[in-house]
Design a protein around this ligand. Structure first.
Ligand SMILES: NC(=O)c1ccc[n+]([C@@H]2O[C@H](COP(=O)([O-])OP(=O)(O)OC[C@H]3O[C@@H](n4cnc5c(N)ncnc54)[C@H](OP(=O)(O)O)[C@@H]3O)[C@@H](O)[C@H]2O)c1
Length: 250
């Protein structure tokens, strides 16, 4: 059943491509007005907005670097200025800078923490006032199975994504009295630009570790985000839902 998000306003960070793009399309298809955030690729972000508008939905595009406080504050100000408040925040923007710790540069560690973890903190803090005013406030953080299980060569990314899970649970407790829910989605191996650069050996090793024996699609992650954003998920908070073909079972 398609969730009904009519009259809700949603911000999806990093929505120009991949999973964020699919989340923006799915939320818009459910009736939400979607703010598509991107960092560098304005053409791709505008294309997502055009696709939504052509399907009869509402979308705005706002550039911001989630790792930069001023940029994030300006992003939320622009959304509030649109006049519809903010009901749903999806902290999706993320990057990888893989390497073994022995050879990892400070910059590669810091950049991943800054975007994937600090970015979610900055966006959440800036968005809290309008979210608390909403009768349907939702924060959904896109973590990763790597944050649950770890992965050699991704210590920076795993630390950021595991940190995001602790952040999710703490935030869930901070805002629960206002009926705002905070949950995390932990995708496994999803076909996007982020995984396209993997060589054949790494790809088949990843596939071997997936009980369902296939990559997931961005749309399969988006469907779970849409559910968590909906009224049907109003009693779910502080949880992590893995969308990973069974890679991590608890
Ligand atoms: N793909 C997977 O298998 C997988 C698995 C688990 C978790 N995830 C997580 O899912 C999320 C999306 O991944 P993806 O595979 O869709 O990645 P992707 O295809 O590489 O897209 C990343 C998106 O994030 C945006 N972005 C990057 N840094 C940003 C910043 N500082 N400020 C604002 N936007 C920024 C990019 O914007 P520009 O296009 O403008 O650069 C782009 O829209 C990430 O958090 C990732 O860690 C992915």
């Amino acid at each position: 059943m398609q969730p009904d998000l009519t009259n809700r306003v949603a911000l999806v960070t990093g929505a120009s491509r991949g999973i964020g793009r699919a989340i923006a399309l799915a939320l818009a298809a459910a009736g939400a007005r979607v703010v598509i955030n991107y960092r560098d690729r304005s053409d791709a972000a505008e294309q997502v907005a055009t696709e939504i508008r052509e399907a009869g939905g509402r979308a705005d595009v706002v550039q911001a670097d989630v790792a930069d406080r001023e940029s994030v504050d300006a992003l939320i100000k622009q959304i509030v200025a649109l006049g519809g408040g903010l009901d749903i925040l999806v902290n999706n923007a993320g990057i990888t800078r893989d390497g073994l710790v022995m050879r990892m540069k400070d910059d590669d560690f810091d950049a991943v923490i800054d975007t994937n973890l600090r970015g979610a903190f900055l966006c959440t803090r800036a968005a809290l006032r309008p979210l608390l005013k909403s009768a349907h406030g939702r924060i959904i953080n896109i973590s990763s199975v790597v944050g649950l299980a770890g992965n050699a060569g991704q210590a920076n990314y795993a630390a950021a994504k595991a940190g995001l899970l602790g952040f999710t649970r703490s935030m869930a407790r901070e805002v629960a009295s206002r009926q705002v829910t905070v949950n995390a989605v932990a995708p496994g191996f999803i076909d996007t630009d982020m995984t396209a650069s993997l060589n054949e050996a790494a790809r088949s090793a990843a596939l071997e570790s997936i009980p369902l024996r296939r990559c997931g699609s961005a749309a399969e992650v988006a469907a779970v985000v849409c559910f968590l954003a909906s009224d049907a998920a109003a009693y779910i908070t502080g949880q992590t839902i893995a969308v990973d073909g069974g890679m991590v079972m608890s």
